[in-house]
Design a protein around this ligand. Structure first.
Ligand SMILES: *Cc1c(COP(=O)(O)O)cnc(C)c1O
Length: 495
């Protein structure tokens, strides 16, 4: 099976789609069709462990990868790298509501599920499609992608990685996680700007022919570890399928019964993976798209108007402080039945006027599948507090947004179908906002005191990867203007 582009037709192998990351017209790669899961497949998946499930799903999408190679990639990604045999365990809130805990990996956020696997896929794909080249991964991060990518790609032979993050747009822990990263192929740089600026800067480098030429002259090729890379999306499909398998296996869901999925959403990658799982035959009812105060997706789902000409807010869920949701482009492509010209027009509108609109049948289709809602920091804190006082369960600020929006959804629609909430980060990553939600006492000044107190108050352990962060040396101190990203990259690579 091959991959085409969201703006103009291509037909490239999975390996090429992953190595290149983004199509050269600026569009994203999408599968030409969706592989289907048969009754037999589902039977097998239910009986398998996480790695078995991942192998089955990857095989269906990455058809030019030899099967034994895929199994090796999956083992490399998930064997011994998560603090649990199951990288994506469910926690039951009540009989019909479940947290899918995706933060047991090395960086304590769900990005690990994809970014522990991507380096294995990418290095093997590159060997096939661009032998002899060195890959340069460019990453724009709202906090969690950067660290997860660094952790995945550090010291991987044949790859270098450069990460840009917004100087004031990530949590203190997220920043420390990145600036203390070890590895002789890694580079981390802050920018004076927000996540959208970082993402725009990185995308500009990808579509700059001059940069590509200079890189090629040195045997380098640019690629992406952001969720615009299909290699990031496909591992995310796995955990939705796996959650369903676990619910069925434990009798909490009947075979034909539908369940909903609630996802705290920023770049639209995580929720899109759930859509892809449904397109393969997983019985998902509704996708509940949860936003923080940056409610651009809520407005889009409710009105069909996507308008980034609005105030940008910094919230306690910084990984969702985003006004340009890259993966929405893939959703638009599917809503328009593969009409790339229509998608290209919408994206041109976004570039020139900062807005686009979908109407009629397209909007109806979007609303049939999606429900959009948002909540502010106060409501998110209340959700954390409620979950802890009523169930003794701890969740982070992003997950809390989805918990709140799910209850709004149930109230608004009366739909009480079982629901899986993507629990996207450890509460410890966002302890300064989580602690005051679960404890009335004073919040310590020092970031690590906050973490220790959160552990004391809640009786939950500090995740190992965060425990010794404050003792590691800061290795990366660069900070550049948002307009100077290309120069920074050129300085690192071409000097
Ligand atoms: C990245 C991230 C999100 C948003 O996910 P998208 O795929 O960008 O929609 C939500 N929560 C956390 C903790 C994240 O790191």
């Amino acid at each position: 099976m091959n991959y085409t582009g969201t703006r103009s037709p291509y037909s490239v192998s999975a390996s090429l789609a992953i190595t290149q990351g983004i199509a050269d017209d600026g569009g994203l790669f999408v599968p030409e069709s969706f592989p289907q899961l048969s009754e037999n497949d589902f039977e097998g998946l239910i009986g398998a462990d996480y790695r078995g499930r991942a192998g089955t799903i990857l095989e269906k999408y990455l058809t030019d990868f030899p099967q034994d190679e895929l199994r090796a990639c999956v083992d490399g990604a998930y064997l011994g790298t998560f603090d649990n045999d199951d990288p994506a365990p469910l926690r039951e809130i009540d009989g019909g509501t479940f947290l899918l805990d995706l933060w047991h990996g090395p960086t304590c956020a769900f990005k690990d599920l994809a970014l522990q696997l991507l380096p294995h896929l990418l290095t093997r794909a590159a060997r096939r499609t661009m032998p002899g080249k060195e890959i340069v991964i460019l990453v724009a991060t709202s906090g969690d992608t950067g660290k997860a990518a660094l952790e995945g790609f550090a010291d991987v032979p044949g790859v270098r990685i450069i990460v840009f993050y917004p100087e004031n747009g990530v949590s203190a822990i997220q920043k420390l996680q990145m600036t203390t990263q070890r590895g002789n192929n890694v580079c981390v740089c802050a920018i004076k700007g927000n996540f959208d600026d970082a993402q725009t800067g990185v995308k500009a480098v990808f579509s700059d022919p001059e940069m590509a030429k200079k890189a090629a002259a040195r045997g380098l090729v640019f690629s992406s570890a952001n969720s615009i890379n299909f290699g990031r999306l496909v591992p995310q499909i796995v955990y939705y399928v796996s959650a369903w398998c676990d619910l069925v296996k434990t009798g909490r869901l009947k075979r034909g019964e539908k369940f909903n999925v609630a996802v705290p959403t920023g770049n639209f990658g995580n929720i899109l993976a759930a859509v892809y799982a449904k397109k393969m035959g997983l019985p998902v009812g509704r996708f509940i798209c949860a936003s923080n105060r940056n409610r651009i997706l809520t407005d889009f789902i409710r009105t069909g108007v996507y308008d980034r000409n609005r105030e940008f807010y910094l919230t306690t869920s910084p990984s969702m402080d985003i006004l340009i949701s890259s993966n929405l482009e893939r959703m638009l492509y599917h809503l328009h039945d593969g009409d790339g010209a229509a998608v290209a027009r919408l994206m041109a509108d976004l570039r020139s006027r900062g807005r686009y609109e979908i109407t009629g049948e397209h909007l109806k289709r979007l609303q049939a599948d999606f429900w959009g809602g948002f909540c502010d920091d106060v409501r998110a804190a209340e959700a954390i507090k409620r979950l802890f006082s009523e169930r003794k369960m701890l969740c982070d600020t992003h997950t809390a947004v989805a918990v709140d929006v799910l209850s709004q959804y149930r109230k608004a629609t009366g739909d009480t179908a079982p629901c899986v909430i993507a629990s996207t980060a450890s509460a410890y990553k966002f302890a300064p906002a989580v602690l005051p939600a679960v404890d009335d006492g004073p919040v310590p000044e020092d970031g690590f005191e906050i973490i220790r107190k959160l552990s004391q108050v809640t009786g939950t352990p500090i995740p190992k990867p965060l425990a010794d962060l404050n003792t590691r040396p800061v290795l990366h101190r660069d900070c550049v203007e948002k307009t100077a990203m290309a120069d920074f990259i050129a300085g690192k690579l071409f000097a």
